[in-house]
Design a protein around this ligand. Structure first.
Ligand SMILES: Nc1ncnc2c1ncn2[C@@H]1O[C@H](COP(=O)(O)OP(=O)(O)OP(=O)(O)O)[C@@H](O)[C@H]1O
Ligand SMILES: [Mg+2]
Length: 268
C-alpha cells in the first residue's frame, strides 16, 4: 500500500510528485553477438533501421542472419526481397551452419518476392501511384499482423525507390511503413544501396532522416587487403559505440573485431 505523503506546512506549495524512472526499452537482440554488445543488448524493439552499404559489403547476409536468429528464438520473420529472387537467397542461406530448413517449413521465416506482390496487386506501371503505394502499405500491414511478424527486412529500399520517383512520396511511404511496424512492435532493417562515397547513407537522402537507426557497411583497402567494416552511425533509444569494426562473413555467422587504428585506409 502507498504511504500517505505528509501535508506541506501551511502557506507552502506541495512538492512536485516524484518523476517516475523511465522504463528500460525492450530490446530486439539481433543474434549477432558482437553487434548486440555494440548496441547494449540489441535494437530497441519497433525501431526501423537502415543498413546502408555499397555493393558486396554484406547487407543481405547481415539482414538474413538477423531474421534467422530471430526465427530460431520464436520471432516470426519476413524478408521482402525487391532485387534478388528468394529462390536464390534460399540457396545462399544454406551455407550458414545455423540455418535449418524447418524454419521455412514451419513458417517461422517467410521469404517473399516483392515484385510478385506488386504484380499480383495489378501494378503494371513502372512508377507506383499514390493509390498503389496505399495498397502496398495495406498489404504489408496485413501480412505483418496476420502472420504475427516480429522482424522484417526490405532489401532494398533503393530498388523499390526507383518505382517511387518523387522524394515526398518516398518520405511518406517510409513514414507510414515505420508507423505500421512500430504499432505492430515489429523491428525492421531496411537495406540501402549506396556508392562508396563517405557521409551518405542513401542515394536520395530521404531515408536516413526518417529511420531510427543507421548501420553502415563499407569496404576499405588497408595494406593491400580489402576489409569489410561496420559502424553504428545512429540508434534512437540507446547509447552505442560509434567505433569501426572489421566484419567477417563466416559459415557460423557474422563476426566483428575492433578495427585497429594506423596504416593508410582507402575507401573502395
Ligand atoms: N557465409 C558467408 N561466408 C563467406 N562469404 C560470404 C558469406 N555470405 C556471403 N559471402 C560473400 O559476401 C559477399 C557479399 O555478400 P552480400 O550479398 O550479403 O552483400 P550485399 O551487400 O548484399 O551485396 P549487393 O550489393 O550485391 O546486394 C558475397 O558475394 C559472398 O562472396
Ligand atoms: Mg544484397
Amino acid at each position: 500500500m502507498e504511504s500517505a505523503r505528509p501535508a506541506p506546512p501551511a502557506g507552502e506549495a506541495a512538492p512536485p510528485p516524484p518523476t517516475p524512472s523511465p522504463t528500460p526499452l525492450e530490446r530486439c537482440a539481433t543474434g549477432i553477438e558482437a553487434l548486440d554488445a555494440i548496441l547494449a543488448g540489441g535494437i530497441p524493439r519497433g525501431n526501423m533501421v537502415l543498413v546502408a552499404g555499397s555493393v558486396g559489403t554484406g547487407k543481405t547476409t547481415l539482414t538474413l542472419e538477423f531474421l534467422i536468429r530471430g526465427a530460431e528464438r520464436g520471432e516470426r520473420s519476413l524478408f521482402l526481397s525487391v532485387t534478388e529472387a528468394t529462390a536464390k537467397l534460399l540457396q545462399n542461406v544454406g551455407s550458414f551452419e545455423f540455418f535449418r530448413t524447418s524454419l521455412i517449413e514451419d513458417g517461422s521465416l517467410v521469404l517473399v518476392d516483392l515484385p510478385a506482390i506488386t504484380s499480383k496487386l495489378g501494378f503494371d506501371r513502372d512508377e507506383l501511384s499514390h493509390e498503389d503505394l496505399d495498397l502496398l502499405l495495406r498489404t504489408i500491414h496485413d501480412l505483418v499482423t496476420s502472420l504475427g511478424i516480429r522482424r522484417l527486412v526490405v532489401d532494398s529500399i533503393t530498388s523499390l525507390g526507383y518505382r517511387i520517383p518523387r522524394d515526398e512520396q518516398l518520405r511518406d511511404f517510409l513514414l507510414r511503413l515505420g508507423e505500421i511496424l512500430a504499432e505492430a512492435n515489429c523491428t525492421s532493417l531496411i537495406v540501402s544501396e549506396i556508392s562508396p562515397t563517405p557521409g551518405r547513407y542513401s542515394t536520395r537522402g530521404v531515408e536516413e532522416a526518417i529511420v531510427d537507426g543507421i548501420i553502415l557497411l563499407r569496404s576499405t583497402r588497408r595494406l593491400g587487403d580489402i576489409l569489410r567494416v561496420l559502424q553504428v552511425v545512429k540508434m534512437r533509444g540507446t547509447s552505442h559505440s560509434r567505433a569501426l569494426y572489421v566484419l567477417e562473413l563466416t559459415p557460423i555467422g557474422i563476426l566483428l573485431a575492433p578495427h585497429l587504428k594506423g596504416g593508410r585506409t582507402v575507401e573502395e
